[in-house]
Design a protein around this ligand. Sequence first.
Ligand SMILES: Cc1ncc(COP(=O)(O)O)c(C=O)c1O
Length: 428
Amino acid sequence: MKEWETFDKISYAKGMWLFDSKGNKMLDAVASMWCNVWGHSKKELVNAIINQTKKLQHSSIFNLTHEPAEQLAKKLVRISPGMHKVFYSDNGSSAMEIALKLALQFWVNSGEKQKSKIVTLENGYHGDTFGAMSIGYVPQFFEKFKKQLFPTIQIPVPNHYRIPKGFTYADYENYCLEKIEAQFSKDSKIAAFVMESGAQIAGGVIIYPKNFQKKISQICKTHNVLFVLDEIATGFGRLGSMVQYTEQKSIPDIVAYGKMLTGGYMTMAATLANKKIYDEFLGDFNDWRHLFHGHTFTGNPIATAVSLENLNLYQKDHLIKQIQKTSKVFTEYYEEILKLELVGDIRHKGMLMGIELVSDKKKKTPINPKKSINKIFFEEGKKNGIYLRTLGNIMMLVPPLAISENDLNLLLNRTIQTIKSAQKHVLK
Ligand SMILES: Cc1ncc(COP(=O)(O)O)c(C=O)c1O
């Protein structure tokens, strides 16, 4: 876009703050694309990277293995109830491609080739590669590739702010669940149901009703459909639990992690599967049951080493407890934010808040200024010393997970200032 032809250059970062080449500093309100855990330049993570770099920078895990990859896999299985084995990759989209391939090939291996359809939720987002675009179809992002994407069946998702006329929130949740049940009952070709765990973030911060995910997992079990979860953005404490699916009481067959796995310092993701899946892939070479998939940097030693240190710190510093306490700060601002003229709704869970911006509160009309919303709020945020990125008409607050109460108060106050000062650009 022309309006982004020049960018500010970030020179270094420390704690919650990004410093640009002109000496300005901004609080990182989006955890550098939702992945930063401890803030920037955390000594222990930097040292883990340096120490591993001195020993082994990269060695393939085709035919070989190495200590950090093995240790990390054991640790991931330990924190993930029901999971048995780990498949590494280097970004979240790839982790979801792997999840898809595992789910589809599982049925081929078990002699039920006809089970090849994928059911997903409307508004879901699972990455930008072709498989990920197919299962997480966001029309504004992906419309231009629609023809090349494989078909999926999409089920509506309850968003308490935008419930269709004639429904209560609870009615609409039941309606969505019944749609899944009906789909599964009439079609025996469904291989898997794929959804983000706990909430949809990119689709507009839609936090599921309490038992929605649990009920979907039960419907999957009843109908012999694999249940695949994407915890890339919502696991590892983002929504307040280490593993979101345990909070949701919904054990998947396959789950993907990414983003915060390395503390947000390196590029790394993982797809975990239960024993049922693993056993279906196990066989002799000539059985051809194995999965053909691997990336050059799969299981990179530096990325796995920093992930291990990151997980050690979660335990040592009781990060999940800290998040549960700190995230209460958000609730103290609900009233003040909701009073703002541009704000229609706020949706919050753990260290995630979505603020829906509207030009007419009664009609719930999304703001639609001439200039890009993202640019307006980025510029206004910068003036207030915060790095913000909106998605559509949703302002996302996704700070580093270990943010202190003081810094979170600062962030929320500056966000309120930013919304106020942006108003003149939005409601012209
Ligand atoms: C839920 C979810 N899944 C998958 C991805 C894709 O991850 P990556 O950007 O690392 O490919 C994202 C990225 O934002 C995400 O939010």
